[in-house]
Design a protein around this ligand. Sequence first.
Ligand code: ATP
Length: 272
Amino acid sequence: MSQTAQTRQPVPSADAPTPLLAVDEIEVIYDAAILAVAGVSLHVGEGECVALLGANGAGKSTTLKAVSGLVQADRARVSRGQIHYAGAAVTGVAPHQLARQGIVHVLEGRHVFPQLTVEENLRAGGFLRAPGRRALAASLERIYTWLPRLKTKRHTRAGLTSGGEQQMLALGRALMTQPRLVLLDEPSMGLAPILVEEIFEIIAQLNRQEGISFLVAEQNLRVALRHAHRAYVLANGRVVEQGEAKALAARDDIHSFYLGGVLPEQRQSSTS
Ligand code: ATP
């Protein structure tokens, strides 16, 4: 375990009356028929790093897409509940409008423009705020400070970089929008453990030093709990556990949620 991860403390603003993001009892339905998320509530305080954990199909990606507005692109909609961001109701607001307000969504699977160079991909992220040349150059340098691997590959076509570099590029392009809240979907997917560790260290540093808030969907609960302040565990579209990351990481039974999404009450009745 890294020193920085060991010393992370919960941010006091987690309990503030108005969190940066508040998701209240949302239900998401695909194709007007498939209930993927069934009453999920969660919050992210300003400056917090929160993990959203769960197995395949638990509803993590759908929850993130509900927040960023991208559910609409998947023929889905938030059919019940409310989402508030920075105190305002944003349920159903279009993704580009939310992006302007500081919410950026890094999709699962490292979506980069393969034919463009690393730097061109980053510039594409910067255009949201229509900066002048000098501001754009300053933003690029800032990203290269955080993600130095990208600087060494700046003139390489993105499609020719490694999986880890593409994940960093997807994150870097999101950072170019100068976000207040980053929704990050499974950054560990398909990466070697050492790269996963490196990416989570970068996320933790961005959170700590730049004050950027994160909601990170992950199946890799060990690494996510080590770097997050708090976490929610989803199973079958519902929150089945939540709490301080340290407390959840210390629990022996936390892995059982991944084995078919066993609910706490079901476990109790099966053992009694
Ligand atoms: P994974 O880690 O595999 O992405 P997840 O926890 O992110 O899993 P979701 O992708 O949100 O889970 O899926 C939740 C439920 O919604 C699943 O039952 C899934 O089959 C369904 N679902 C997801 N996307 C679609 C879609 N485009 N159309 C119909 N159903 C979908």
